[in-house]
Every structure is written in C-alpha cells, then in structure tokens.
Design a binder for this molecule. Structure first.
Ligand code: SF4
Length: 580
C-alpha cells in the first residue's frame, strides 16, 4: 500500500481525482490512518456535512496479505452524531481488495455543487468517477445487484442506502461480504451521512489481476501466522463459542449476569431472552437448512468465522445471522422476543443503511415516549419504514436516540456524546461504563471491551458490579484496541491474545515479519496511545471537555434490577482514564 487516492468533490468541472504518495502518513493503516488524516486535515469545529469534513477509508496495515483475520476496514471523519472524531470499522471484502490494489487510503473531500450522485470504480487501471442519478434512493441490496450487473460478480462495494443519502446521523456505510451482499457495516457515528454529503453512493472495488501483498520476511511471517491461527483455534471463545453460535452466544450470558439492558435500560434482565439467544438462533438456522450457518467468515482469511446466514420460514435468504448487538437492540431493548422479526429488522437496517445499535436504542426511546408499545414488533417495523421513506417522523428517528429523546421529551436517553449505548448496562458491567463515558467515539463497546474481563473472565477478573479496577481495565483495553484497529485485525482476536501470551507474541511476529522490523509489546502500546491522543486532541479542539466524559445522570440515580445498583465510578476517577 504505497498511495492515497483523493477525490475532491468540489472541483469546478466536477470531481477531481489525484493519487499521491503516503508522505506523512507512511506506515499507518486502519484507524491510525483515518484518525491521523482527520486530526491533521479536518477543521475540528467544521460542520460534519460541510465541504471541510473528509471521509477517510483505510484498509488495515495487514489487509491484503495472507495474515489471518486481517480484513477489517476503517472509515473515519468528523461525526454528525457526536460532533467529535469518528472511526467505524467493518469486515467484508473491500479492505482486502483496496489493499491489494495498493491504496492505503481513499479520501473523499469537498462537496458537489448541484447535489449530483456519483459512482466511483477502482481497479488495477486506476480510479474513475461518474455521475449516476439512476442510483438515487436505492437500498443497498438493489444497489449491489445493479453493480453486479454492470461490473460482474468479482467486485466488492462500499455503499450507502437511503439513510446516507438523506444524511441521517444514524446512517451507516455498507461493505459487501464474500457472497457480495451488503451485510457488513461501518455502523457507528453517522459515517454514511458524510458519504451522502460527499455525493458518493457507491465505491466499486475490483482487484482482478492483483497479487496478495508479500511480507518482508516470508519465513517469519508464515510461521507466526501458523502459530496465531493455532492460538485462535485453541481458545474456547475464538475456537468454540463464536464459531458455533456467533456473537449472539452473549444473550444468555449477559442476561444471566443481569447486565442485559431491557425496555430502554430499565431492567438488566429480559424474560424473553431465551427465545432470541444464540443457541435458539443456531437451532433455527440449522432446522431451516441454513447451510454453513455455524462456519461462515465475513471476509477472506477469517478463521474464527463468527457469522452465519439467516433464512426465513420458507428457507429463503433473509439476512446474515443477526449479531448480538443487533438482536439486543431490536430485541430485548424493545421488549421484542421474536427472532424472525429481529432478523427482518436487521435486513431493513442493512438495506436502508442504518446502524442497528443506534436504531434499536432509538426505537426503545420512542417506545418510552409512547410512539409504540414495548414488545410490539409490527410497530417497530412501521417506525423503521418511516425512516426508510424519509417521512418527518422517520427523519427524527433516523437522527438517533438523542434527537428522538429531545423531540419527544424523554429524560431516560442512553447516550454518551450523542451516541447510543450498546448491549451492556453500565451499572452491572461497570468497566464498560467507563469505556462508554470516556471513549473518544461516544458510547462504544468496541472501544475498550471491558465485558471480556468483567463477565467472561478473559484477561483476568475484575468484579463487574464494583467500581474498583475499572478505570485501569478500560484504559488498557482502549489503548490495545486502538492499536488492533490499526492492523486490520478483527477485534475478536483479543480474546485469545489477552489470555495466551504465545498468541500475542505470534501477532507481534506477524506484524514484524510483514514489515521486516521487529515489534515489541511496548511498540503496540505506544501506537495505541498515539492514536488515542490524536483523537482526544481533535475532540478537545472541537469543544469537548471532561463534562462530556460522563454517563447520563440516571445511571447514577436509578438502581437497575436485579442487582439494584447504580454506576459507581466517580467523575474524578473517570478523569484519570487518559492519564498515560
Ligand atoms: S470473527 Fe466474525 S466479525 Fe471477525 S472477521 Fe470473522 S466473521 Fe468477521
């Protein structure tokens, strides 16, 4: 990856493409690349939908190589949802393909003057952009079908649905999976709205006639990759639990721990949890003939394979196996215990191009406001249809939980920095509460997944119900996560590398073997810290202060059943997270 593609949408004669060497961004990938570019080139106080904002799409450092698990793509910008810096990442095929084509980043900047919509095609011959109004208001599924017709079946697409075109703050960017379906999403923070503001509907990537990226030290790289894969296969989470049941194996686990936010975060247990659990879901998929439901990767080179395929009652493909966060957001959080309804909503989110976490939290807030009854799946589907149609109510909902709560006068709105909390209540899983409060991204479980140590006993044990030890836990995980997000590695490798020193060493050796320069654990920590410092600095310049590193008051005032406790980490302790 030796070049950056810039597409200036403000060109006087239409969009202008240019390719440049990496320069100051040499050696960066994934989140390290996106956050460096946004931090250096985007004015922190600009409007997120303005010409000044930039959308940065970056494969991970190891993407496009033979390194297992290395196909995550990062997309960064100033977020329309939080007003701060944003990095959202996704699986799917585009990262591997862009990397093989030699692009370390694609940067969309400026803004088209006349609201035209464009298609970008990137292949071995270079990049081209063309206006194409026939793409207007297509859902992601129809859009990808059209791209298949025009460009063949060996492509990958990075695209937005109707929500991105309408510049909704909950809009995602879809990445196609190995079956060329738009099921993988850079979901969080409204990155889709920024792509919509740039007037780019789809980026078609075609890596035909390109080679896999070669390591500098092939022998070391190969041996390390072998040891790394063996380590992933022997860990109970990455070798057994995730492949068998997908991420939704967590429903029963988190529910039993009393940390499963139910009815808009008013209880920690959901009585219908067993009906939507990973075990139930896997059984149903197998009954319906879901071939490969237990062993499915979202991109080439995944060996954990936590994904699957969800078929409807007639045995037809409906969506990918809905992930834990999605099942929670549209399930327990809204009191819905119908897995078929949840899967249908997942398909709608993917098609409209919406973040499932933000939309589930938003519908939960709407239910608290009385727009629908908790448990009413048909009503939830109708609300989501309004979003896709862009009705006035739909536009409110499509701008997320914070906007919806404000419009309908709801006090209990589970957001930090304007972004909805995911599927773990911070009163019962206090480490994740620290991450929600202090992450540069707003409430985001993936920024520092303290659930691993609080609940799953991975990387040690820290009592989830007590404030002690949570700041240090979250700090260390946030640093490690930022570094992993730079490599293009799926975050689920963390289960194995936290528990197994030899698997962590294998990861270091993969990176060292690829670059030709030995890497130590200290180097990884330094990388993670530098990413977080850039992001935090951007947010400070955008106007954020310690008052933004807080959970909403009700998490301190309202006891959560069944443990009947509140969030106990003090403001003073939260302010210590970034003291490194
Ligand atoms: S483990 Fe799951 S999310 Fe990660 S790369 Fe594999 S299929 Fe994708």
């Amino acid at each position: 990856m030796d070049k950056i593609l810039r597409i200036n949408m403000s060109g006087s004669n239409g969009p202008e493409l240019s390719t440049e060497p990496l320069g100051a961004y040499t050696g960066l990938g994934g989140r390290a690349m996106t956050s460096s570019v946004v931090s250096s080139e985007v004015p922190p106080t600009c409007h997120p939908l303005s010409a000044e904002n930039k959308l940065v799409i970056a494969p991970g450092l190891l993407s496009g190589s033979a390194a297992a698990m290395s196909g995550r793509i990062s997309i960064g910008c100033k977020s329309p949802l939080t007003g701060g810096i944003k990095e959202a990442n996704s699986g799917g095929q585009p990262s591997q393909m862009l990397a093989r084509l030699g692009y370390a980043a694609v940067i969309l900047e400026g803004k088209p003057k006349d609201g035209a919509l464009f298609k970008v095609v990137i292949n071995k011959d270079g990049a081209a952009i063309t206006p194409d109004d026939s793409l207007k208001m297509l859902g992601n599924y129809d859009l990808v079908e059209k791209m298949k017709t025009e460009h063949g079946e060996k492509i990958a697409c990075i695209s937005i649905g109707q929500a991105g075109e309408m510049k909704m703050s909950a809009a995602s960017i879809a990445c196609t999976d190995m079956e060329l379906r738009p099921t993988r999403h850079c979901g969080r923070g409204g990155v889709g709205a920024v792509m919509g503001a740039k007037g780019v509907k789809v980026i078609v990537v075609d890596d035909a006639d390109t080679q896999m990226r070669s390591p500098a030290d092939p022998e070391k790289f190969k041996a390390a990759n072998k040891a790394f894969v063996a380590g992933l296969r022997k860990h109970p989470v990455t070798g057994e639990g995730l492949p068998a049941y997908g991420t939704n194996i967590l429903t029963n686990v988190i529910n039993e721990a009393g940390g499963y936010p139910t009815h808009n975060f008013s209880s920690g247990q959901f009585e219908g949890a067993s009906k939507i659990s990973g075990e139930t879901q896997a059984e149903l998929e197998n009954e319906r003939g879901g071939k490969g439901s237990a062993t499915h990767g979202c991109h080439r080179g995944c060996v954990i394979r936590c994904s699957g395929t969800f078929y409807d009652k007639n045995g037809n493909f409906l969506t990918k196996q809905p992930e834990y966060e999605t099942v929670w957001a549209h399930g327990g959080n809204c009191g819905i215990d119908d897995i078929d309804a949840v899967a249908r909503i997942d398909r709608m989110d993917d098609d409209f191009g919406l973040d499932t976490i933000e939309m589930g939290a938003t519908i939960g807030v709407a239910m608290e406001a009385g727009l629908a009854k908790f448990g009413d799946a048909d009503a939830a589907i109708k609300l989501l249809e309004e979003v896709g149609q862009g009705t006035p109510l739909g536009r409110i909902l499509g701008n997320g939980a914070a906007v919806t709560g404000k419009v309908f006068g709801v006090e209990r709105v589970p957001v930090v920095k304007g972004q909805a909390m995911p599927a773990y209540d911070p009163r019962t899983v206090q480490g994740i509460g620290v991450t929600y409060a202090t992450s540069t991204m707003g409430a985001d479980h993936t920024a520092g997944y303290a659930v691993a140590t609080n609940i799953l006993g991975v990387g040690g044990n820290v009592d989830p119900l007590k404030p002690e030890g949570q700041v240090e836990l979250s700090r260390n995980l946030q640093i490690a996560t930022a570094a992993i997000d730079a490599t293009g590695m799926c975050l689920f490798i963390a289960f194995a590398i936290l528990d197994q020193p030899d698997t962590f060493q294998a990861l270091l050796d993969i990176i060292g073997g690829f670059s030709g320069q030995p890497l130590t654990a200290d180097d990884v920590t330094a990388l993670g810290k530098s990413i977080l410092q850039k992001e935090r600095d951007f947010n400070t310049r955008a106007g954020f202060s310690s008052k933004d590193d807080r959970l909403p008051d009700y998490f301190q005032n309202e006891k959560l059943p069944p443990h009947n406790i509140t969030f106990g980490v003090s403001d003073e302790e939260l302010d210590q997270v970034y003291n490194f």
